[in-house]
Ligand binder design. Structure first.
Ligand code: FAD
Length: 463
């Protein structure tokens, strides 16, 4: 009987456990459902929709090359899949597990809605180890990254990677499919996605090409990873997020490298697994805080004052007067991605310098990042804010000007803040007033902001 493969963030043919199992059991009907309502405030953001369009287009071509196709449908995923299973007499629906709370709920609803002779078969495929499987000696999940990573390193290597299916049989008749272009995932007027298209190549093949390139570069990751002016990180994050490539494939491709760069890189990939481990324990992690601060005292709320709203907009548009922050926020807007070091600096700036609730930043990144990931984004925002279950503290405040100098962001600033293109290296991190031209003055002084943040922190603890 036909086997439905429910595609979500697993847009690939190789190392695809759900597709692999389905292809061995019968004719395959791959289905992607655009279920826009289910995720609420975490429905796909603007940049994610652009990536999704191109990735589906690319995967559709790959299936086409295998004389297969993707069936595109829009609406409530469990209902649509259950109806398709019924209509086409599917023996099983195969899917790779996803751990966002709305997807876990959808998996439960689907299992309940299926016709009696159809089963839901869930596979593990998008992480180094199945989330929840790395535990303490007493079987509890880890809350803190370092012991989690140590334990995971002891559990590695991960499973073997799976090849592309030898044969993907088609069903006798195909269900009708929507036309991808009619989903309007791409912006039209204005078309703000040009920068994203220039910066990226989408899809499974592009992901592997980037990994091939990265295999020659990873040895320098220790030094390179903090330098935003250079292309010295893998830039695999959107490919990993959308499941165009798996961390298991990355691991097996790089494992013989033995360099310290590879060891450091592996720990970053483990952060990704850690974030899933956190959202499995705390499904509302991208919304709730887990410390005993009085958040009403701590944050300046943009909804309560015109000025604070304007400050939030200056941050979003890259007009804070701090060159490295503005370069980062403009890189984000133009390319859908931001260098990790700068993601940290910009996030810390919003939360500590402007004292604006991290949730506003989380939502902005969510909308603008092509790799916007419920686990990674929530965990990193909480880490920067010191509001999560991990070990970081609010009182750790990053100094954007010295970070910019230390990590040599001059080239990066010139690229993304053209107003400062002619300013010399020695003053570009904090240009004097007469060298700023049209570029704005600092929205708040660093020392003043730091003192205000620490005071607010103390008040929120006492309150
Ligand atoms: P590399 O340095 O090459 O790292 C390799 C891979 O490891 C990345 O592709 C990513 O999958 C994973 N990784 C690296 N750092 C982290 C990390 N700190 N946490 C989790 N995984 C990590 N990453 C996302 O994928 N999606 C997000 O929505 C996201 N939001 C973030 C928000 C904030 C405030 C911060 C500080 C970081 C966020 N990150 C997020 C983590 C990190 O910035 C990106 O994964 C990284 O910059 C992607 O670039 P890269 O692929 O070149 O990374």
């Amino acid at each position: 009987s036909p086997q439905i493969v429910w595609l979500r963030r697993d847009l690939r043919l190789a190392d695809q456990p759900a597709l692999h199992a389905a292809s061995q059991a019968g004719p395959v009907i791959p289905v992607f459902v655009l279920d826009d309502d289910r995720a609420g405030d975490h429905a796909y953001g603007g940049a994610s929709r652009v990536w999704l369009h191109h990735s589906l287009e690319s995967l559709g071509n790959s299936f086409g090359g295998r004389r297969s196709q993707i069936v595109l449908r829009k609406g409530d995923a469990p209902q649509i899949l259950a109806a398709l299973a019924d209509e086409f007499g599917a023996g099983a629906i195969h899917a790779n597990r996803h751990y966002e709370p709305w997807w876990k709920k959808a998996e439960e609803e689907l299992a309940d809605a299926l016709p009696e002779d159809c089963t839901l078969v869930l596979h593990d495929g998008n992480y180094l180890m199945p989330p929840g499987s790395v535990t303490t000696g007493s079987g509890d999940p880890y809350k803190i990254y370092s012991p989690f990573a140590k334990s995971m390193l002891d559990c590695l290597p991960p499973r073997d990677e799976l090849p592309e299916p030898d044969i993907i049989h088609s069903p006798e008749t195909w269900p009708g499919s929507d036309d991808l272009d009619e989903w309007s995932l791409l912006p039209t007027k204005p078309d703000w996605a040009g920068g994203i298209r220039n910066f990226w190549k989408f899809g499974e093949q592009a992901a592997h090409k980037r990994l091939d390139w990265w295999a020659d570069e990873v040895g320098d990751y220790d030094e390179g990873r903090n330098l935003p002016s250079q292309d010295t990180t893998s830039r695999l994050s959107p490919h990993l997020h959308w499941g165009e490539i798996t961390p298991v494939q990355v691991y097996h491709r790089l494992k013989d490298k033995r360099s310290s760069g590879w060891q450091t890189f592996l720990k970053e990939i483990i952060w990704r697994d850690y974030a899933q481990n956190v959202i499995c324990q705390f499904p509302d992690y991208a919304r709730d805080s887990y410390r005993d601060y009085d958040e009403r005292t701590l944050w300046r709320n943009p909804n309560s004052g015109h000025l604070i709203q304007e400050e939030l907009e200056c941050w979003q548009k890259g007009m804070t007067g701090y060159p490295v922050v503005d370069a980062g926020m403009r890189q984000l807007w133009q390319t859908g991605w931001m260098h990790n070091r700068v993601r940290m600096i910009c996030a810390s700036f919003l939360v500590k310098h402007l004292l604006i609730d991290w949730r506003h930043g989380e939502q902005w990144y969510w909308d603008c990042l092509v790799d916007a990931d419920y686990g990674n984004n929530g965990v990193n925002w909480q880490w920067i804010s010191g509001t999560g279950v991990d070990s970081n503290m609010f009182s750790r405040i990053m100094a954007p000007l010295s970070q910019s100098e230390k990590f040599d962001a001059a080239g990066y600033i010139r690229e993304y803040v053209p107003e400062l293109a002619d300013v010399d290296d020695d003053c570009i991190h904090d240009p004097p007033d007469d060298r700023r031209g049209d570029y704005p003055a600092k929205i708040i002084g660093h020392k003043e902001a730091r003192e205000r943040a620490l005071q607010a922190y103390r008040d929120s603890k006492n309150g």
